[in-house]
Design a protein around this ligand. Structure first.
Ligand code: PGA
Length: 240
C-alpha cells in the first residue's frame, strides 16, 4: 500500500486525476469502478476539465457503478446512479453502452448482483478502482464485517453509514436502509486502487486502515493485502 500525502483537498483531487489519466492513457479500454460520495468529486471535476481540453479520452472506458441504494425508482433524487451520471458519466460524455449498472430497483437483487460479478469477470476484473473511505471503514457499502471474499450483494446499512449518508439527503430518515454493493472480492482483485481520504472526520479510520489490524471489521484494512493500492490523503485526514 502506497501512501501519497498531500496538503489540501485540491491537491488530492489533482493527484487522483493525474493517476487516473495515466492509467487510462496506458489502457484506454480500462474497466473502472467509480465511487460517488463527496471525496472524489474534485477529481471528477479535474477529469472533466481535462476531457474538455482533449487531454482525457473516455470514449473506450468500461465504467462500473460501485453501489446503489435499494428500492429507489430510477428518477429518485437520491439515486447513486444519478449522482454518478451528473458527476462522472455526463461530464465525460460516457455512453450508456459503456456502463454496467447496479440497478437498485430491479425485481431480483440476487440476479442483478450475479450479473454484475459476471460482467466484472468478463472484463477480467477492474483495471482501476476509485474509492472513498467510509467513516466505519466501508468500501462502497461493504459494511463491517465484510470478509475479503464477499461478492457483490445486497446489504443492510449500518447506523454509521446511515448517519454519514444523512448529510447528502437532508436527514437520516431519507437514507434507504439497504443497498447493493460491489463486493470486496472484485474490489480487492482490482489491478490498481485509488483510495481517496479527506478531512479530519476520517482521521481515526484512516489510521486504522493504514496501521490497525487487518480485519473484516475494518473492510478498508483488507486493501493492505491487495496489489497496487494508493491511498491519497490530505493533511486534515492525516492529522499531526
Ligand atoms: P464521502 O463518503 O466521500 O462523502 O466521505 C465516503 C463513504 O462513505 O464511502
Amino acid at each position: 500500500m502506497n501512501l501519497i500525502q498531500v496538503p489540501t483537498y485540491a491537491d488530492l483531487s489533482r493527484v487522483a486525476a493525474d493517476l487516473i489519466c495515466t492509467a487510462v492513457a496506458h489502457n484506454p479500454r480500462s474497466a473502472i469502478v467509480v465511487a460517488t460520495g463527496d471525496t472524489p468529486m474534485g477529481a471528477y471535476v479535474e477529469l472533466a476539465q481535462r476531457h474538455a481540453l482533449g487531454q482525457f479520452d473516455s470514449a473506450h472506458l468500461r465504467v462500473f457503478q460501485l453501489d446503489a441504494y435499494w428500492g429507489l425508482p430510477p428518477d429518485d433524487a437520491r439515486s447513486l446512479y444519478g449522482w454518478m451520471w451528473r458527476s462522472f458519466l455526463q461530464p465525460l460524455h460516457i455512453s450508456d453502452a459503456q456502463v454496467t449498472r447496479l440497478k437498485g430497483d430491479a425485481a431480483d437483487p440476487a440476479a442483478v448482483c450475479a450479473a454484475y460479478d459476471a460482467a466484472v469477470a468478463q472484463v477480467a476484473g477492474f483495471d482501476v478502482s476509485i474509492l472513498g473511505l467510509g467513516p466505519n471503514g466501508h468500501l462502497g457499502f461493504n459494511e463491517p464485517p465484510s470478509p475479503a471474499d464477499a461478492p457483490t450483494r445486497m446489504v443492510n446499512l449500518t447506523e454509521a453509514s446511515i448517519a454519514s449518508n444523512a448529510r447528502y439527503w437532508g436527514g437520516r430518515e431519507h437514507v434507504p436502509p439497504q443497498a447493493l454493493t460491489c463486493g470486496m472480492a472484485p474490489l480487492l482483485a482490482a489491478k490498481q486502487t485509488l483510495l481517496l481520504v479527506s478531512g479530519a472526520r476520517k482521521r481515526h479510520i484512516l489510521q486504522q486502515t493504514l496501521s490497525g489490524p487487518i480485519t473484516p471489521e475494518v473492510p478498508a484494512s483488507l486493501l493492505r493485502l491487495a496489489n497496487h493500492v494508493t491511498v491519497i490523503a490530505d493533511q486534515a485526514a492525516l492529522g499531526g
